[in-house]
Design a protein. Structure first.
Length: 418
């Protein structure tokens, strides 16, 4: 038996690594991508849609690399895996400052997608599940919240760099790449170990069982081979796909506000509406994690989907009020947080931590694939049905997320012991 994790500060350095990974490489690659669409597409002489295709390639690369990376994280030193992921994001960002052809961005996006699969999707839940037996939801939510915080900070930095001159976008990419490497690599190299046992430690909270007796420090749950043969696995996969489809209506909140021309005050805050949702997302990630720890994953599921329904209903039914619209956007942002916080916690609750990375990577593949096309799907729906009908569809989507999440959790009882 190792030294209890709570007697060492190292588990919290592991959390700090998750925070920095989300704050720097993930936010720089994904949360800040949009600020480059116009200046880069104009410099290259291509349409914004043609340039933005690199994001789709990046997300598809994330999707299809997940199964391989999940197995890799079970068997290899996470210092090596995480550091390689940082390099796969930081180096392409630096290279993008020198590109002159759009196809070069497509290739860079493919490499960055592999890095994002590790840092954005797999690293945080894997590390927290291995190093902690209590407050798991809180720490996952805390780390994931920094993708939004990083987006706020680095969008301002990037915007200033882009505005600094005709080729300001080149300096922006160069600085972003350097920041990603300089901030994240010291943590991934020196503040992480694959398992607490590598340092003679037990997970934090391993000594605390529900009845007050000693709890085992060993990983628990079923193997991936058993999990993937169960109904619960397919229900969770559908749940993850539906979340990523439903939350991406967020992309159209500014367009919805801008369409309300009969309410000029609302039109004026169209961009602010997206910021309100981003704030709700950041706070929601931490809040959902705490709710999961204190009241259980069912409570987190119904709070998040309830926020989705309420937020959409407010923005749909009270479109003329600026405070109501901002409140609705904020509340909907809590639902948006469920993709990166609730989904990994549902997987942990159902299948345990024994082969978590392998199982969660397969589940995330479905969610990432849905997310890669979600913005386009919503765009077609908006064009075909109009915003009023889209809100009905969005509310129905949030309800379906609750239904399939509940079915998946209930089906845990039918999983055979392994």
């Amino acid at each position: 038996m190792g030294t209890q994790g709570k007697k060492s500060f190292f588990p919290y350095l592991v959390v700090a690594t998750g925070i920095v990974g989300c704050f720097a490489p993930c936010a720089l690659a994904l949360s800040c991508a949009g600020i480059y669409f116009t200046p880069v597409s104009e410099a290259l002489g291509v349409g914004r849609g043609v340039f933005a295709l690199y994001l789709t390639i990046m997300l598809l690369s994330t999707t299809f690399s997940l199964p391989f990376l999940g197995k890799l994280m079970e068997s290899k030193d996470l210092r090596v895996v995480l550091s390689a992921a940082v390099i796969l994001i930081g180096v392409p960002l630096i290279c993008m400052s020198f590109f002159n052809q759009v196809w070069q961005f497509y290739i860079a996006g493919a490499f960055m997608g592999v890095g994002l699969a590790v840092l954005l999707i797999l690293a945080v839940p894997t590390l927290v599940n291995r190093w902690f037996r209590k407050n798991v939801g809180f720490f996952i939510g805390l780390c994931m919240a920094f993708t939004g915080i990083g987006g706020v900070v680095f969008n301002l930095v990037g915007g200033a760099l882009i505005a600094s001159g005709p080729d300001g976008w080149r300096m922006g990419y160069l600085v972003f790449g350097v920041i990603a490497l300089v901030l994240a690599l010291p943590f991934t190299l020196f503040c992480v170990r694959s398992y607490p046992s590598d340092m003679g430690l037990d997970p934090v909270g391993a000594e605390e069982a529900a009845d007050g007796s000693a709890a085992p420090a060993a990983l628990f749950g079923v193997t991936a081979s058993v999990a993937m043969k169960t109904a619960a696995f397919f229900l969770v996969a559908i749940f993850a796909g539906l979340i990523n489809l439903a939350i991406n209506f967020y992309q159209y909140l500014p367009s919805y506000a801008a369409s309300l021309t009969q309410f000029p005050d609302v039109v004026a805050i169209s961009a602010t509406l997206a910021s309100a949702a981003m704030l709700g997302q950041a706070i929601g990630k931490v809040a959902l994690g705490i709710i999961n720890d204190k009241a259980g994953v069912f409570a987190g599921l119904f709070v998040s989907t309830g926020c989705g329904v309420i937020g959409l209903a407010i923005m749909w039914l009270v479109p003329g009020s600026v405070p109501a619209m901002l409140a609705g956007g904020f509340v909907f942002g809590v639902f948006y947080a469920s993709a990166t916080v609730l989904a990994p916690l549902v997987v942990r609750t159902i299948f345990g931590t024994r082969e978590y990375s392998t199982i969660y990577s397969r589940i995330s593949m479905v969610g990432s694939f849905a997310g890669a096309f979600a913005a386009s799907v919503w765009g077609f729906v908006v064009d075909a049905a109009g915003f009023s009908n889209v809100f009905v569809i969005g509310i129905a989507g949030a309800i379906l997320v609750a239904v399939f999440g509940s079915l998946a959790l209930v089906s845990k009882k039918s999983i055979p012991a392994d």
